[in-house]
Write a protein that binds this ligand. Structure first.
Ligand code: ADP
Ligand code: MG
Ligand code: MG
Length: 210
C-alpha cells in the first residue's frame, strides 16, 4: 500500500486502544516493578477517552484526528505518559496537516516530528530507559525498510524493531521518570512506556496491513 488513508489512521487509534485495554494489567505490572503501578490504567483511561471523542464526532482530516487525540490524552492522563503521548500526537497532527491520505514518507517525517516533541517535553536521551528508546529505533527501521515508500511494509519493519527495542530496555538503568528514583535497581525490568510504545507500532502495522 502506497499511502495511509484517514480511515486507516483512525483504525490505528482504535487498534491501539484495544491493545492497551488487553494489556492494561501487564503494563501496570511492569510499572509496579519500577514505578507507581499505574501505566496500564493511565493509558487505558486516556485511549478510552480518545475513542469516545472520535466516536462522538468522526475526524474530518488528519490534523483534526491527531489534535483531538493528543488533547484527550493530555486532559485525561495525570501521569508522565499522558502529556508525552499527547505531545507526540499533537506534533504528528501538526506535521501532517489537514489531509485525507498521506504517503509513507510523509507519515515517517510526521512521526519524527512527534518524537522530537517527546524529546523537547521530556528531555530524555537515548538509553535513559524511556519510551524514546522504542520510538527512535522504530523510526530508524521505518527509514531503513527495503521499500520505504511501502507504508505497510515500513510500518511492519518499525513494529518489529519496536518489539526488540522494548526488550532491550530491560538491562538499562533509568535516568528519567519515576523509575530513575530506583537508580541501579531499575535494571532488570522492562520500561512500561517502552512496552506501550511497542503496542503503538504494532497497532499501526496492523491497521496499515488491513
Ligand atoms: P508516571 O510515571 O507519572 O506514573 P506512567 O506510569 O503513565 O506515568 O508512565 C511512565 C512511562 O513514561 C515510563 O515508563 C517512561 O517510558 C515514560 N517517561 C517518563 N518520564 C519520561 C521522560 N522524561 N521522557 C520520556 N519518557 C518518559
Ligand atoms: Mg506510573
Ligand atoms: Mg503515576
Amino acid at each position: 500500500m502506497g499511502a495511509a488513508t484517514l480511515n486507516s489512521l483512525v483504525a490505528w487509534l482504535h487498534g491501539f486502544a484495544a491493545l492497551v485495554a488487553a494489556n492494561r494489567d501487564h503494563l501496570t505490572e511492569l510499572d509496579s516493578a519500577i514505578g507507581d503501578a499505574d501505566h496500564g490504567s493511565n493509558l487505558d483511561r486516556g485511549m478510552t477517552a480518545v475513542v469516545a471523542a472520535l466516536d462522538a464526532q468522526p475526524a474530518t482530516d488528519t490534523a483534526d484526528l491527531f489534535k483531538r487525540t493528543g488533547m484527550a490524552l493530555i486532559s485525561n492522563v495525570g501521569g508522565a505518559s499522558g502529556p508525552l503521548f499527547g505531545t507526540f500526537f499533537l506534533r504528528l497532527g501538526g506535521a501532517l496537516g489537514a489531509s485525507s491520505s498521506v504517503s509513507s514518507l510523509e507519515l515517517a517525517s510526521a512521526l519524527r516530528a512527534g518524537v522530537s516533541g517527546v524529546t523537547v517535553r521530556g528531555k530524555a536521551e537515548l538509553g535513559d530507559k524511556t519510551m524514546l528508546d522504542v520510538l527512535v529505533p522504530a523510526l530508524d527501521a521505518w527509514d531503513a525498510a527495503p521499500d520505504p515508500g511501502d507504508v505497510a511494509g515500513a510500518a511492519r519493519a518499525a513494529a518489529e524493531a519496536a518489539a526488540a527495542a522494548r526488550d532491550a530496555t530491560a538491562p538499562l538503568v533509568a535516568h528519567k521518570g519515576r523509575a530513575s528514583y530506583l537508580g541501579e535497581r531499575s535494571a532488570g525490568h522492562l520500561d512500561p512506556g517502552a512496552a506501550s510504545t511497542a503496542l503503538l507500532f504494532r497497532a499501526l502495522a496492523e491497521a496499515l496491513e488491513a
